[in-house]
Design a protein around this ligand. Structure first.
Ligand SMILES: Cc1cc2nc3c(=O)[nH]c(=O)nc-3n(C[C@H](O)[C@H](O)[C@H](O)COP(=O)(O)OP(=O)(O)OC[C@H]3O[C@@H](n4cnc5c(N)ncnc54)[C@H](O)[C@@H]3O)c2cc1C
Length: 222
């Protein structure tokens, strides 16, 4: 089933990430972490589906998407960059494998943070952030989505690693075994993993070497 929704606001929140707020169809429900396929309601783009995650709360009376844009792909996210208030998106059914299962360590790469935005907002609204840890891998400090929100919410449990830049308070390089051993507390029951496939593969290989049961890992590739 499809729903046509109007854009209520659209703005850049980093140099290449858009926050898009839309109308919410009645009865349209999701669990924090889930996504839908989105098309731009313009000639030539109505069939071009791309998956985007809801980053608002299920109880909000609007929907929010947080989308990294790739103008060089000349694809859907480049079209999103041209959109204005009152333009329309076509939404499809809700899907997605990521949902909160209990306290653990979240590992995100770039736009792979989006399911965790919704989950952490939900935990915040329930006063249940607890000892959850977020490891966020990006190229540079300017790429960190919602840095202030996560810093305030998680304090020392917000751990940043940058591959292409050295910055105060952030580790430098790619996620490796020593980094995960230093930052995943022993006894961790749940790992949540979302990011580009090469990053996911590398992290899963390290986790399996660290003897993490595959069933303890909740994941989705972007
Ligand atoms: C379940 C799920 C949820 C997701 N949620 C989000 C989210 O909330 N936010 C978010 O930002 N992303 C999210 N993603 C990722 C998002 O769907 C993709 O980034 C998006 O599809 C990119 O669309 P695009 O049309 O701009 O580019 P693409 O579909 O990647 O590419 C369009 C065309 O460009 C060409 N192309 C591909 N790579 C290159 C390249 N390197 N250089 C030049 N041309 C190229 C290809 O031929 C392709 O046909 C999610 C993905 C999944 C699976």
């Amino acid at each position: 089933m499809t729903h046509i929704v109007k854009i209520l606001s659209i703005e850049k929140i980093t140099h290449d990430v858009l926050r898009i707020v839309t109308e919410k169809p009645s009865g349209y429900d999701f669990v924090p972490g889930q996504a839908t396929d989105v098309c731009v309601n313009k000639d030539g783009w109505k069939e071009e589906k791309r998956a985007f995650t809801f980053t608002c709360l299920p109880s909000d009376n609007h929907l929010e998407f947080t989308t990294k844009t790739y103008p060089e792909h000349k694809g859907v996210t480049n079209q999103l960059l041209q959109l204005k208030k009152n333009d329309e998106l076509i939404l499809h059914d809700v899907f997605g494998d990521i949902a909160y299962k209990g306290e653990g360590v979240f590992i995100a790469g770039g736009a792979g943070i989006t399911p965790f935005i919704s989950i952490f907002r939900d935990l915040q609204s329930k006063n249940a952030v607890g000892n959850n840890i977020l490891i966020f891998a990006n190229k540079t400090k300017a790429d960190i989505i919602h840095e202030e929100f996560f810093s305030k919410l998680l304090g020392k449990n917000f751990i940043n690693i940058l591959s292409d830049e050295k910055a105060e308070g952030c580790a430098n390089g790619y996620i490796n075994e020593a980094f995960l051993k230093a930052n995943i507390p022993s006894g961790t029951k749940h790992i949540y993993l979302c990011g580009p496939p090469p990053m996911m593969e590398a992290v899963e290989k390290i986790l399996s070497g660290m003897k993490f049961d595959e069933r303890a890992i909740t994941k989705e590739g972007f």
